[in-house]
Design a protein around this ligand. Sequence first.
Ligand code: PEP
Ligand code: MG
Length: 901
Amino acid sequence: MTKTWVYRFQDVAEAENAVGGDWEDVRGLLGGKGANLGEMSRLGVPVPPGFTITTEACNEYITGGGTLPAGLLDQVAAALAAIEDQTGKRFGDPANPLLVSCRSGAKFSMPGMMDTVLNIGLNDVVVKGLAELSGDERFAYDSYRRLVQMFGSVVLGYKDELFEHVLTQYRQKRGVSTDAELSVEDLREIVERFRRIAAGFPDDPKEQLRLAVEAVFRSWNGKRAIDYRNAAGIAHDLGTAVNIQVMVFGNLGEDSATGVAMSRDGATGENEIEGDYLINAQGEDVVAGIRATKDLRILHEEMPQTYEELSDISRKLEAHYREMQDMEFTVERGRLWILQTRDGKRTAQAAVRIAVDMAHEGLITRAEAVQRVTPEQIDFFLHPQLAAESRQEAIAEGRLLGTGLNVSPGAAVGVVAFDPDLAERWNEDGREVLLVRPETKPDDVHGMIAAEGILTSRGGRTSHAALVARQFGKPAVVGMEGLEIEPDNHLMRLGNLQIAEGDWVSIDGTTGEVFLGRLGTFVPDLSDESLVRLLGWADEFRRLGVRANADYPVDAQRAREYGAQGIGLCRTEHMFFEEDRLPIVQSMIMASTPAERRDALDELLPLQRADFLGLFEAMDGLPVIIRLMDPPLHEFLPAWEKLVDEVADRKIRLRAADSLETLNESLSQLEHTERLVAAVERLREANPMLGLRGVRLSVIYPEITRMQVRAIVEAACDAVEAGIVVEPEIMIPLSVDAGELAWVGDVVRGEAATVLAERGREVDYKIGTMIETPRAAITAAALAETAEFFSFGTNDLTQTTFAISRDDAEASFLTYYLTLGVIAENPFATLDDAGVGTLIKMAVAGGRDTREDLEVGICGEHGGEPKSIALCHQYGLDYVSCSPFRVPVARLAAAHAALDE
Ligand code: PEP
Ligand code: MG
């Protein structure tokens, strides 16, 4: 028995049986569009009759080197005959012709990336029959010219420009601006010219259909489809289904229309249908953005009954799919047809709002609401917006160029590139680029991904540019009137103003404003009501705690506002780099006697104490991990080469001194620089990351550790006296040995006890260590004898596990490894489960063996990365710690990890 390659829409239940009842598998077999068409017919939604050729047939066609699978054409013929019976029309019969569309439809929506051919079934004879039957000759010839044009470009591979050129010639000849104004005679001539261009166009409708199906199959492996799948993370072996469907016509007069409707507002998430439509037009006119579309709200006035019916269907489909829907519809002489429905694309704001609203409406659960929002969408809330002052200034200076449609929010600032390849190149060179196009096409996607944002002169809310920009979270403004783009001349005009390729332009995808120049931007706060609610729900589901890596009170404050439950890492040395402190730190390093070093430390003490007090205040009631100094000391000193130059320079000045005063001053400056040189030479190491740093500093210079511990404990006492609840955790970096850690642990405890005795206070604090080397992980059980907590420093742990330098590996070979596919992921970005993960699990187990209540977290960069967060959840860590700006993302990712369990 041959395989079933074809399912009629109404036979969706058979497809469901064939795959064992799982709807995901039905989507895999029939594609998203095909499955939805079947589902809609089952729901009684008015869908034009048709059938789906399975993705299996596509895969068979591709692996068979371009041969249609056996039995497919017979099954297509049978399905077509069934439609003929259903409609009473016949394929290729001039007396009552049936026309069909042939559309791609993969499991996951890839808008516009693959091919479509409409009006299949027309030829020189059938067109006459259609003209007679419809009583509209213009419509018949217009349909025919569309078929020849689409078939010519999509199936036969002729450049679309060849056809567009003919249309432009005719428009110019007649002095009209749209194709709709061309006469029947014009269209007849145009068809003739099109047929001369599209040599090989078959007259036989069955042959048209067969070739169109094959073209759709082939388009699965077209360049733009592959680019899109790479960017969207869609597997390449899924294949596309093909949907053959009776044509219904939105271009049969003023009582006909075609459009796109979203069941909720895709930009804001508001629960109100929105969309675009055109009276007397065919579907691709709307999506292509070639004609100015009307807002769906106007349909309410123009065709009130249709609007009501559409609203009902929209609600029905939403209730069925429990998701926002994006529907294509056509009104043919007053009768509404739904051509397809799919989950609607939406902005991040809309995604959050829709998820929260739907949970409130009882359509989905809170857990589902949390799962429906991606960490990337949360991240989007932290995208830059135009700074108000900078905007005002630009307006005052007359640099507001105008306003287009605000289709994808956020501000984007970049140099203008009119060509997607150029945008990609400039982006690779590290430039910020704004892709500017008359409208975008699927071929432009790589440039859109490379750009900061997108600006077009044409197109509507559901244009290609708008959909793709939203999906990838790129700010976009489309349909900017008056903007004339001349890609060939590398410039655009707006009235008298000329803007050249490479000039700076700023756009605001939230308002639609477009500015000349490079405006300032800022990152918004996360006070969006729906977002706050959603993150609150996420908090109820997650098991992992979320802390922040923060060095300053302002950062700690922000982190707390974003929902951080403490500080997981304060890198104390960052405070040493401040201008007023660096000279003190340097004298501490250069000190030749303990007394000299003590003087410098005495100067640093109050500064550090104030820093820590600020952190305790910001984190009142929450744990604060303060790490003892970590980096090699030479990092606080100037580079040796620079100092040598300076010595030479100072010597010249000394010789030129013309008074005793300048002589003395020059002498002392020279001495200072020479001492710096000596210190740098003394501290020089061939491999400083494996040298005198981390815990080793505390062993060699315990007085530095004592100063830092004193600062922490005194600040804690001050805080307690001010009524603040403190939970200090003192962290020792880079331990590799239990003896070394125990030694430093004693120093810490000793100094803390001294301070507490001086102050006459009891303050609970913890001592812990970072696990940053394989040896630490392996000997974790012994380390836990001193450490009351572990924090995985996965930046160093990755570096030491892989023996790959975290500082320069990317530039030297790691990126190349990734390009070659030698490794799948950058281990400094996503935690390496196999290697580093094994060490983490080993350390968690070892540490908890010794100390059951050992607190375990992560503070490397991976702590803010969703995939790594899921791993941390699996490893049973207590918390992740990440930059304040990643905290909301981590909260959601941690909830996903728990819910996915
Ligand atoms: C780490 O190594 O992961 C870490 C957090 O410490 P640092 O990046 O400061 O070395
Ligand atoms: Mg480290």
